[in-house]
Design a protein around this ligand. Structure first.
Ligand code: NI
Length: 136
């Protein structure tokens, strides 16, 4: 008769490592402006890096807020009724459904936090649209 017993193990996904995500290193691998890359996920949310320079397009995200954290540089986010300027170390959450247009006079490095599947140009049809689930 085969004895039954319970084995208590902690599931360890093969991909799990305890390496930190170094944003400066990840950013050094990215050479295209306005093209976001995923560096981590938390539940259904993604952390994405991007290098911004110049003007983007007006757009909004009907289903989600969008968080911008400036890692280096300076980013202005224009709204139809105002603007916010983010310097290194500052962040801002754009409420869902609110039209916005990021602008950076010099190259600016940002970390975006938003749900998986969010497209960079939101509802706007644009040649600036980029794939939204590319890891780096
Ligand atoms: Ni947006």
């Amino acid at each position: 008769m085969t004895p039954t017993h319970t084995v208590h193990t902690i599931p360890t996904p093969a991909a799990r490592t305890y390496a930190s995500v170094n944003l400066a290193h990840k950013l050094s691998l990215l050479h295209e402006h306005w093209s976001q890359r995923v560096v981590a996920e938390m539940n259904d949310y993604q952390f994405k890096i991007a290098k911004l320079q110049g003007d983007f397009v007006w757009h909004s995200h009907a289903d989600t807020d969008e968080c911008f954290l400036v890692v280096a540089g300076e980013l202005r986010i224009d709204f139809r009724d105002g603007a916010v300027t983010l310097r290194t170390g500052e962040m801002f959450v754009v409420p869902k459904g609110v039209e916005h247009k990021p602008f950076a006079s010099g190259e600016t490095h940002v970390l975006l936090v938003e749900p998986r599947g969010v497209v960079n140009t939101g509802d706007a049809e644009s040649d600036r649209t980029r794939a939204n689930d590319v890891w780096i």
